[in-house]
Design a protein around this ligand. Structure first.
Ligand code: MN
Ligand code: MN
Length: 390
């Protein structure tokens, strides 16, 4: 059973029960006790929750997993989480040497490396190329339509991909093998200026899309380099997010990566947030866009305030996706004993948030006090500088 700081859900013989003070009652079943244990604020919502609010949580553990010879991939898109219209996510594993096939798609692709290392390649419309290696905490961003590949190195890798359209599907990308096997061989011959017989060994029907397939682990990065007459891409497609100096507060850290420090990421902005046990990502909202969240480690809970007296609380742990519609107020509290680490993602070129505390501190105090009858202790605790984790 998870710790929760405010709700008073009862346990009987270690089983959580939907009881809140004098309200509710036991649940004799049928029921899914492990799932109830992971979602204590759904089973027994805080008294402040009210109204009908769409679901804002979906776990990669509930997403169809596509298993292939070189690894696996699963996605959380608007099909799994209908409210998530702005961004979609893919969680992918590449075994040592495993290749995510050369491909492109209509959406920009942003990625965060969760485990291991990968080699990534791309070529832009001017014939400028890109090749790099990324490890834990590194990012890449491939603009929409730009062809690219990913390959797991010695220890393989696992990463999160984020696309700037909630309706993206990882199953609808443009694969190089798919195009070859759906083009007449005479046309291939004409295109490449060789005999049609040269294409006799293309992948056959049964495996006409390689998608994720095994290849020997490549040699050193330098041995893989191809020189382009047009030179390399002018703006690198990779970025060391975890190496950024974070904003530090007493309760944790925040690293913000957007087009201001990673120019290639022109449509997706991100914040990597670490919240220590007992601390909280402060009450805030985003003035420009919806927020798509990915939980990397630890556990937390979030209440989303939707106006009109409506609010709903969700619990999260590693591998979960959360979502906050544009402008809705929220906080994220660490409810565990370890660091809570998650990503806040936005379909935007810039990260932006509005702090409730800072707003109140920078507004005439008599005006603020007239609204809420706040005590001097509360008024004195307001701070004019933003403290994202408290
Ligand atoms: Mn891609
Ligand atoms: Mn937020």
């Amino acid at each position: 059973m998870q710790k929760t700081s405010q709700q008073d859900g009862h346990q009987m013989n270690g089983v959580p029960q939907p009881i809140r003070g004098h309200e509710g009652g036991t649940d004799p079943g049928p029921r899914n006790v492990p799932l109830d244990g992971q979602n204590p604020d759904i089973l027994t919502p805080p008294r402040t929750d009210a109204g009908t609010i769409p679901n804002m949580k979906f776990s990669f553990s509930l997403a169809h997993n596509r298993l292939l010879t070189g690894g696996w991939a699963r996605q959380v898109t608007a099909r799994e989480l209908p409210i998530a219209t702005t961004l979609a996510g893919v969680n992918m594993r590449l075994n040592p040497g495993g290749v995510r096939e050369l491909h492109w798609h209509k959406e920009a692709e942003w990625a965060y490396m969760l485990n291991g290392r990968a080699r990534i390649s791309a070529v832009d419309q001017e014939g400028r190329n890109f090749l790099d290696e990324v490890g834990v905490g590194d990012l890449w961003n491939f603009p929409a339509g730009i062809p690219h590949s990913i390959q797991g190195l010695e220890e393989g890798c696992e990463f999160l991909l984020v696309f700037d359209d909630g309706n993206f599907s990882e199953d609808s990308t443009f694969l190089i093998s798919d195009w070859f096997t759906h083009t007449p061989k005479e046309v291939l011959a004409k295109n490449f200026g060789v005999a049609a017989s040269e294409f006799a060994d293309l992948p056959r029907d049964i495996d006409h899309t390689r998608y994720i397939f095994p290849v020997p682990v490549p040699g050193p990065l330098s041995s893989d380099r191809v020189s382009s007459p047009a030179g390399p891409v002018p703006q690198t497609f990779s970025h060391r997010m975890l190496a950024q100096e974070p904003i530090r507060t007493s309760g944790g850290t925040v690293r913000i990566t957007d087009s201001s420090n990673f120019p290639a990421s022109s449509t997706i902005a991100a914040a990597l947030v670490e919240v220590e046990p007992g601390a909280m990502r402060e009450m805030h909202w985003h003035p420009t866009n919806d927020e798509w969240q990915y939980y990397i480690e630890g556990q937390g809970r979030m209440t989303v305030f939707a106006s009109e007296g409506k609010a709903r609380t969700f619990d999260f742990q590693a591998g979960d996706v959360g979502y906050v519609p544009f402008a809705m107020g929220h906080y994220i509290e660490n409810t565990g004993d370890t660091t809570l680490r998650f990503l806040e993602m936005f379909k935007s070129n810039r990260f932006a948030d509005v702090s409730l505390n800072q707003w109140m501190a920078l507004t005439p105090p008599e005006l603020v006090q007239a609204h809420l009858n706040l005590t001097p202790a509360v008024m004195n605790a307001l701070h004019k500088e933003k403290r994202p984790v408290v």
